[in-house]
Write a protein that binds this ligand. Structure first.
Ligand code: 9WO
Length: 252
């Protein structure tokens, strides 16, 4: 299999490189499941100071990334990577697991990272296929967004995770939050492990985990539940959870 290739346009290539310095993404790089290359717009700057920013038209604080060297960096990357250009910005489409899955079907992605107060809007018009946000907050640049995207996509690629199905069994595998996890010791500061997890009854354990996933999603992210049709047995598990919750919070 050809590696999935990420080309990143960034003024901070060493920052982006750290996403593959260890862990699951590092292993994916070692196994050639992914490839990563950065392109620094500063290397395409022609003046003696290697300038990459300029004052904004219309005035105001801060600087804007210059179009010319950015354009050249993107086009150099495009020569090696014919993939979609994704600009990481708060104005973009919110990244979620569905979009991550979509990205994981691509052979190539070019991730464009802005700095300062942003990039010249004409770069977006000319070169960007999609604008993508990792959340409603402002960072000091797009690099952390690109790294989040690379991490989330890489763990879905075949061969990255130890077990074939551990990605599928993860939180969000079907639009629910994850269930709680426990390991030894049996008792920690007076807190014990739920008995069902030690019962050895795999059907009971699976049912408990599904119920916890449903209950926690109901409590913490009702928006996710509204987006997901529950089966009859899931609805029954959730009803039990809600009844138990009501009983434990109301004083009888
Ligand atoms: C900086 C700034 C400073 C003073 C007044 C207004 C300002 N806006 C910005 C700004 O939005 N800077 C951005 C920094 C420009 C594009 C790259 N940067 C960025 C990307 N910040 N946050 C992201 C990002 C990317 C993906 N998902 C969430 C946030």
């Amino acid at each position: 299999m050809m590696p999935m290739r990420f080309d990143v346009i960034t003024l901070f290539p060493e920052l982006v490189a750290s996403v593959v310095s260890g862990g699951v993404t590092g292993r994916a790089m070692e196994r050639s499941i992914i490839g990563l290359k950065s392109w620094n717009p500063r290397d395409f700057s022609t003046d003696v100071h290697r300038t990459v920013d300029d004052r904004p038209y219309g005035g105001g604080p801060g600087m804007v990334m210059k179009a010319d060297c950015l354009l050249q960096a993107i086009r150099a990357a495009r020569q090696e990577n014919p993939g979609k250009v994704v600009y990481l910005s708060p104005q973009g489409m919110p990244l979620n697991q569905q979009l991550v899955r979509q990205f994981a079907t691509e052979d190539n992605l070019i991730l464009l990272c802005g700095r300062y107060e942003g990039i010249d809007e004409r770069i977006i018009e000319l070169e960007v296929d999609m604008e993508c946000s990792i959340g409603d907050y402002v960072l000091s640049g797009g690099e952390l967004g690109a790294m989040v995207l690379i991490d989330a996509v890489t763990r879905l690629l075949p061969g990255t995770l130890g077990h074939d199905d551990s990605a599928a069994q993860d939180s969000f595998f079907d639009g629910l939050l994850d269930c709680p996890h426990y390991t030894r010791p049996d008792e920690l500061e007076g807190l014990s492990v739920p008995a069902v997890l030690k019962s050895g009854n795999h059907a009971d354990i699976a049912r408990w985990r599904k119920q916890q996933a449903l209950g926690r999603t109901w409590q913490r992210r009702p928006d996710l539940l509204k987006a997901r049709q529950l089966t009859v047995s899931e609805q029954a598990l959730l009803d039990d959870y809600i009844n138990e919750f009501d009983r434990s919070t109301k004083l009888h």
